[in-house]
Design a protein around this ligand. Structure first.
Ligand code: PMP
Ligand code: GLN
Length: 376
């Protein structure tokens, strides 16, 4: 312990000279005009001192306009938006605000590593509902069966890390109906909202009955390829946002003043920007999926995100942890064993996640190296 699996695997990639398809960060920065906007804000003295607690008005208005433009959602920039230190802080603050000790948070596993940690920090109990290959579709019966009188919220993530599943409108509508029936809150992590290759991203807050019970979280990291800037945002009713803000103010107080100006500008980029982002990643997904299949992996083709989940059993392997630990030496590639995302470790023991948010030549190099595995 002490470092996350992602940091650990990135360090391993560096130490071994491996191609890093582990941690999900793009190896190409976002738009130069947005980087220039951040530099200009610093040089012009905008945001260099503590910005307002809820975030600068420009960014709160831009988030509100984004929700309206892409999803038809009305969000009051003054009372229904909170700027956070990435989605990571939004998730932490929301869970700390909404969970009382002993409350249960239901989440579809495999899940992103911070969920379990934040539920634990809030004194809550996580209740996993397993998504299974090949489709990793949400099992509504299993969801219903997981609900006890201690259930407080459902922690949703679509598009989903690590599987790349994008929940359909029908699936989300059913999940929403369960939330309404049992009077549960929903914390919806939508950081991959613009990285959808098939289907559509449906914000759960846009579904009937959900606006008043959903805390929606997103960030600039994936949408604008600036994962180091750590600008995120939370939207929801004034009551929910106030609860999250009450916690957030003692986590970081405020964050990234100059970057907030740049992200406000980024959110207003033309539709062509968003379309080319997902089109570029779709091509990389196709390249990596085809190459991994050729190298002998079973490939669960993702509809969104940065990631593809594979199964290593066709290669004569069964333990993803061992496989990923040995992969740098065997092939000079780093990947993430999906077991780390499961409570039910057996359910994901032979799954391995690869990131495709990398330059085409980097993906090709990784595939050349991996092609040797099946022959070895
Ligand atoms: N949620 C998910 C599902 C993620 O994959 C990530 C990671 N990048 C985050 C949240 C964290 O986002 P941020 O970098 O904005 O804190
Ligand atoms: N979200 C990224 C991933 O899943 C990593 C972010 C992090 O390292 N915390 O790989």
């Amino acid at each position: 312990m002490g470092t996350t699996i992602f940091a650990e695997m990135s360090a391993l990639a560096l130490a071994t000279g491996s191609v890093n398809l582990g941690q999900g960060f793009p190896d190409t920065d976002g738009p130069a005009e947005i980087a220039e906007a951040a530099a200009a804000a610093i040089l012009e003295g905008r945001g260099n001192q503590y910005p307002p607690g809820p975030g600068i008005p420009e960014l709160r208005h831009a988030v509100s306009a984004h929700q309206k433009r892409f999803y038809g959602l009305e969000v009051d920039p003054d009372t229904e938006v909170l700027v956070t230190a990435g989605a990571t802080e939004g998730i932490a603050a929301a869970l700390l605000a909404l969970l009382e000790p002993g409350d249960e948070a239901i989440a579809f596993e495999p899940y992103y590593d911070s969920y379990a940690a934040c539920v634990a920090m809030a004194g809550g109990t996580r209740v996993p509902v397993t998504l299974r290959p090949p489709g990793f579709r949400p099992d509504l019966d299993a969801l219903r069966a997981a609900i006890t009188p201690r259930a407080r919220l459902i922690l949703l993530n679509s598009p989903h890390n690590p599987t790349g599943a994008v929940f359909s409108r029908e699936e989300l509508t059913e999940i929403a109906a369960v939330a309404c029936e049992h009077d549960l809150l929903v914390v919806s992590d939508e950081v991959y909202e613009h990285l959808v290759f098939e289907g559509e991203h449906v914000p759960v807050a846009s579904l009937p009955g959900m606006r008043e019970r959903t805390v929606t979280i997103s960030s600039a990291a994936k949408t604008f390829s600036f994962t180091g800037w750590k600008i995120g945002w939370v939207t929801g009713t004034p009551e929910l946002v106030a609860a999250v803000r009450t916690v957030k103010q003692f986590l970081t107080y405020v964050t990234g003043g100059p970057f907030q100006y740049a992200v406000a500008q980024a959110l207003a980029l033309p539709d062509a920007y968003f379309a080319s982002l997902s089109a570029g990643l779709r091509g990389k997904r196709d390249l990596l999926c085809a190459g991994l299949a050729e190298a002998g992996f079973e490939v669960y083709r993702p509809a969104g995100t940065y990631f593809v989940t594979t199964d290593i059993r066709p290669l004569g392997e069964s333990d993803g942890m061992e496989f990923c630990a040995a992969l740098p030496a065997r092939a000079g590639v780093v990947a993430i064993p999906s077991a780390v995302f499961y409570d039910d470790v057996a359910a994901g023991s032979s799954q391995v996640r690869f990131a495709f948010c990398k330059k085409e030549q980097v993906l090709r190099e990784a595939l050349t190296r991996l092609a040797a595995l099946a022959r070895a």
